[in-house]
Design a protein around this ligand. Structure first.
Ligand SMILES: CSC[C@H]1O[C@@H](n2cnc3c(O)ncnc32)[C@H](O)[C@@H]1O
Ligand SMILES: [Zn+2]
Length: 437
């Protein structure tokens, strides 16, 4: 008998591996935060003595969701400015509000608030494109989640820094603090082609190469952006980034609508990743990312919610369903993005996009035990022919019952173990009262 920390028995284990397996009546054995075995439940009891055994009847274990793009602390602006197109939303509402309210305290509180929502909807790793990254990092660690932090660089002053160089210096400082951290990675997050001139982008490219870190950026969010950049700089945004040397296999391009065939060639040749945020794109009427076309060119497409101020939730189950539906509509092809591929987009593709796939993104021996359990026992999940179909097309986040990160139980039968839900709700209400004035 081999000693382990945790044995989870489940009706289904969906590893999201290359074989696209669905394993029935299987168990996941965990020791030192890692998956050490996945085996039939009737064999597990004879092989392992676990400090803790958890049996989940009619629940499915999947890899924790990887939310590849968002602005966590903006959860405190949820519902503040709805039903607007991107530039009106940013210029007339979001940027003025950020100028008034964003601070170290706002980011600490907002990131904890967002982390609580993400854990309760099955996300184990997220990417955060926001200011005061040092504060965000502390909240990530408190929550027990993993995060890629990509603090922004903009041409204009923000509450975090006055100049592009000051933004970059602050980013490299936080990067140094969290070098080799197991749960936090810090990368560059230049905001967008229309807010970043060549000079800071060239400096970011040089530093990213030197430090071997990714770059994440909003690119081709709308047709208006593309047309404006052609007029202002004589180039399409993706081509400009290629010419500046930024487009490579560590580049994470958020949104990617309004794409020409040449844009797709540029992304495919570079091996860059596309971070698709379907609900934010729909709500801001930004445009459509041609997911099916990109995947057929071998481009890795991952999934993100964007911030709760434009989505308006941080729910990867909902995002996955929307992505699967929208891919069919945009591709005019009902076969586009089938259920298992949508699940892969929300898990292993996200891990690949963040360069974290050696450790997370699938349930495989040797990987970290970042696991989400979804209940499929209630009326809404019957009859059940295929658990993956139900997870993608017929499940809601209240069905997320358990979440583990690195083997640590962060959500236990829908109760947060690292965060105080009532205190977080109270704190969010206080921010709302202040912001509303
Ligand atoms: C890059 S982080 C800081 C910056 O980005 C703004 N932002 C939030 N959501 C979006 C979006 O969908 N497109 C462009 N910019 C966005 C956020 O408010 C911050 O100012
Ligand atoms: Zn965004």
């Amino acid at each position: 008998m081999q000693p382990i920390d945790t044995l989870i028995n489940a009706r289904w284990v969906i590893p999201v591996n290359k074989e696209r397996d669905i394993l029935e009546n299987h168990s996941v054995a965990i020791a030192d935060g890692k998956i050490v075995d996945i085996l039939a439940t009737n064999e597990a009891a004879d092989k392992y003595t676990a400090k803790e055994t958890i049996s989940l009847q009619d629940q499915a274990l999947i890899p924790g969701f990887v939310n590849t793009h968002g602005h966590a602390a903006m959860a405190l602006f949820r519902g503040m400015a709805d039903d607007l197109e991107l530039m009106t939303w940013l210029n007339d509402h979001v940027w003025p509000a950020e100028g008034k309210w964003v601070s170290a305290e706002f980011v600490k509180d907002g990131t904890l608030f967002a982390a609580a929502e993400m854990i309760r909807s099955g996300t184990t790793t997220f990417s955060d494109n926001y200011f005061f990254a040092g504060e965000a990092a502390k909240s990530v660690i408190e929550s027990g989640m993993r995060a890629q932090l990509c603090p922004p660089v903009l041409d204009f002053p923000t509450n975090w820094a006055q100049t592009p160089d000051e933004h970059i210096d602050l980013i490299t400082e936080v990067m140094g603090e969290y070098k080799n951290h197991s749960h936090v990675r810090v990368v560059f997050g230049p905001h967008a082609p229309y807010t970043c001139s060549d000079e800071p982008l060239i400096r970011i490219k040089e530093l990213a190469d030197e430090l071997n870190v990714p770059v994440q950026m909003h690119v081709h969010e709308t047709q208006v952006e593309v047309d404006g950049q052609i007029e202002q700089r004589g180039n399409r945004p993706i081509r400009r980034l290629k010419e500046l040397g930024l487009l490579n296999s560590k580049f994470q391009a958020v949104h990617m609508t309004a794409l020409s065939d040449e844009d797709i060639d540029d992304i495919a040749e570079a091996g860059a990743h596309v971070l698709h945020c379907p609900e934010s794109n729909l709500k801001l009427a930004s445009g459509f990312c041609p997911v099916d076309k990109l995947q057929k060119r071998g481009i890795n497409v991952a999934l993100g919610t964007d911030g709760a101020a434009s989505n308006n939730d941080l729910d990867m189950l909902g995002e996955m369903r929307t992505a699967a539906m929208l891919a069919k509509a945009v591709g005019q092809n009902a076969v586009a993005l089938p259920a298992y591929e949508a699940l892969a987009m929300a898990t292993i593709n996200g891990a690949k996009a963040l360069g974290w796939d050696a450790e997370i993104g699938s349930l495989e021996v040797g990987k970290c035990a970042d696991i989400t359990a979804i209940a499929l026992d209630d009326l809404e999940s019957q009859p059940l022919y295929d658990p993956v179909s139900h997870i993608v097309y017929a499940s809601t986040r209240d069905q997320v019952k358990h979440v583990w990160v690195n083997g640590k139980h962060l959500l236990d039968d829908r109760n947060l173990t690292t965060l105080d839900k009532n205190a977080i709700v109270e704190n969010a209400k206080q921010w709302q009262a202040k912001i509303k004035g």
